[in-house]
Design a binder for this molecule. Sequence first.
Ligand SMILES: [Zn+2]
Ligand SMILES: [Zn+2]
Length: 134
Amino acid sequence: MNARNCKKCGKIFNYIAGPPICPACREKAEQKFQEVKEFVRANKSASMKEISENCNVEEHQVKQWVREERLVFASDSPIKLFCETCGAPIFTGRYCGKCKKDQANTFGAAGRQENTANPAPTGINNSARMYSKK
Ligand SMILES: [Zn+2]
Ligand SMILES: [Zn+2]
Protein backbone atom coordinates (compact mmCIF):
# COMPACT_ATOMS: atom_id res chain seq x y z
CA MET A 1 0.00 0.00 0.00
CA ASN A 2 1.28 3.39 -1.00
CA ALA A 3 -0.06 5.69 1.72
CA ARG A 4 0.05 9.41 1.10
CA ASN A 5 -1.27 12.55 2.67
CA CYS A 6 -4.01 14.19 0.63
CA LYS A 7 -2.73 17.48 -0.77
CA LYS A 8 -6.05 19.13 0.00
CA CYS A 9 -7.26 17.84 3.39
CA GLY A 10 -4.12 16.11 4.72
CA LYS A 11 -5.90 12.82 5.27
CA ILE A 12 -3.85 9.66 4.66
CA PHE A 13 -5.20 7.61 1.80
CA ASN A 14 -4.13 4.75 -0.47
CA TYR A 15 -2.38 6.49 -3.34
CA ILE A 16 -2.77 4.90 -6.77
CA ALA A 17 -2.00 7.41 -9.52
CA GLY A 18 -2.40 11.01 -10.60
CA PRO A 19 -2.39 14.00 -8.25
CA PRO A 20 -2.07 13.10 -4.53
CA ILE A 21 -5.71 13.85 -3.69
CA CYS A 22 -7.91 11.53 -1.59
CA PRO A 23 -11.10 10.09 -3.18
CA ALA A 24 -13.37 12.38 -1.12
CA CYS A 25 -11.51 15.52 -2.22
CA ARG A 26 -11.36 14.24 -5.79
CA GLU A 27 -15.14 13.86 -5.76
CA LYS A 28 -15.51 17.37 -4.37
CA ALA A 29 -13.18 18.74 -7.03
CA GLU A 30 -15.21 16.99 -9.72
CA GLN A 31 -18.41 18.60 -8.46
CA LYS A 32 -16.65 21.95 -8.37
CA PHE A 33 -15.44 21.43 -11.90
CA GLN A 34 -19.00 20.86 -13.14
CA GLU A 35 -20.05 24.03 -11.33
CA VAL A 36 -17.25 26.06 -12.90
CA LYS A 37 -17.94 24.58 -16.34
CA GLU A 38 -21.58 25.62 -16.08
CA PHE A 39 -20.59 29.08 -14.87
CA VAL A 40 -18.14 29.60 -17.72
CA ARG A 41 -20.75 28.45 -20.22
CA ALA A 42 -23.38 30.82 -18.81
CA ASN A 43 -20.93 33.73 -18.31
CA LYS A 44 -18.75 33.77 -21.39
CA SER A 45 -17.22 37.14 -20.52
CA ALA A 46 -16.31 36.20 -16.94
CA SER A 47 -12.72 36.89 -15.95
CA MET A 48 -10.56 34.42 -14.04
CA LYS A 49 -11.18 36.46 -10.88
CA GLU A 50 -14.97 36.37 -11.38
CA ILE A 51 -14.94 32.62 -11.93
CA SER A 52 -12.80 32.18 -8.84
CA GLU A 53 -15.07 34.38 -6.68
CA ASN A 54 -18.44 33.16 -7.99
CA CYS A 55 -17.59 29.48 -7.79
CA ASN A 56 -15.43 29.79 -4.68
CA VAL A 57 -12.56 28.02 -6.35
CA GLU A 58 -8.86 28.93 -6.49
CA GLU A 59 -7.61 30.45 -9.74
CA HIS A 60 -4.78 27.95 -9.99
CA GLN A 61 -7.35 25.15 -9.86
CA VAL A 62 -9.24 26.75 -12.76
CA LYS A 63 -5.97 27.07 -14.68
CA GLN A 64 -5.23 23.43 -13.95
CA TRP A 65 -8.53 22.39 -15.56
CA VAL A 66 -7.72 24.59 -18.53
CA ARG A 67 -4.31 22.96 -18.94
CA GLU A 68 -6.03 19.57 -18.84
CA GLU A 69 -8.32 20.84 -21.64
CA ARG A 70 -11.39 20.16 -19.53
CA LEU A 71 -12.37 23.81 -19.45
CA VAL A 72 -12.70 25.69 -22.73
CA PHE A 73 -13.15 29.45 -22.94
CA ALA A 74 -15.23 31.26 -25.55
CA SER A 75 -13.43 33.25 -28.23
CA ASP A 76 -14.79 36.47 -26.69
CA SER A 77 -13.69 35.54 -23.16
CA PRO A 78 -11.44 38.14 -21.47
CA ILE A 79 -9.24 35.27 -20.33
CA LYS A 80 -6.33 35.03 -22.71
CA LEU A 81 -4.30 31.88 -23.08
CA PHE A 82 -1.27 31.46 -25.29
CA CYS A 83 0.39 28.47 -26.86
CA GLU A 84 3.46 27.52 -24.81
CA THR A 85 5.39 26.74 -27.97
CA CYS A 86 4.60 29.52 -30.44
CA GLY A 87 2.57 32.04 -28.39
CA ALA A 88 -0.56 31.90 -30.57
CA PRO A 89 -3.85 32.71 -28.75
CA ILE A 90 -5.69 29.56 -27.62
CA PHE A 91 -8.89 28.83 -25.66
CA THR A 92 -7.89 25.74 -23.72
CA GLY A 93 -4.94 23.48 -22.99
CA ARG A 94 -1.31 24.53 -23.35
CA TYR A 95 -0.67 24.44 -27.09
CA CYS A 96 -2.38 25.74 -30.22
CA GLY A 97 -3.91 23.38 -32.77
CA LYS A 98 -0.89 23.65 -35.07
CA CYS A 99 1.70 22.83 -32.39
CA LYS A 100 -0.46 19.98 -31.07
CA LYS A 101 -0.64 18.58 -34.59
CA ASP A 102 3.15 18.85 -34.95
CA GLN A 103 3.55 16.95 -31.68
CA ALA A 104 0.98 14.34 -32.69
CA ASN A 105 2.83 13.84 -35.97
CA THR A 106 6.08 13.24 -34.12
CA PHE A 107 4.50 10.74 -31.74
CA GLY A 108 2.33 9.23 -34.47
CA ALA A 109 5.31 8.54 -36.72
CA ALA A 110 7.08 6.73 -33.89
CA GLY A 111 3.96 4.66 -33.26
CA ARG A 112 3.62 3.70 -36.92
CA GLN A 113 7.25 2.60 -37.10
CA GLU A 114 6.67 0.32 -34.14
CA ASN A 115 3.66 -1.23 -35.84
CA THR A 116 5.50 -2.02 -39.07
CA ALA A 117 8.42 -3.47 -37.08
CA ASN A 118 6.08 -6.19 -35.84
CA PRO A 119 4.18 -7.35 -38.92
CA ALA A 120 1.89 -10.37 -38.89
CA PRO A 121 4.34 -12.81 -40.63
CA THR A 122 6.45 -12.93 -37.41
CA GLY A 123 3.80 -15.14 -35.82
CA ILE A 124 3.73 -17.43 -38.84
CA ASN A 125 7.53 -17.82 -38.79
CA ASN A 126 7.45 -18.68 -35.09
CA SER A 127 4.82 -21.36 -35.50
CA ALA A 128 6.68 -22.77 -38.53
CA ARG A 129 9.84 -23.05 -36.42
CA MET A 130 7.92 -24.72 -33.63
CA TYR A 131 6.39 -27.13 -36.12
CA SER A 132 9.77 -28.15 -37.61
CA LYS A 133 11.15 -28.89 -34.09
CA LYS A 134 8.62 -31.63 -33.60
ZN1 LIG B 1 -8.56 14.90 0.85
ZN1 LIG C 1 1.55 26.94 -31.09
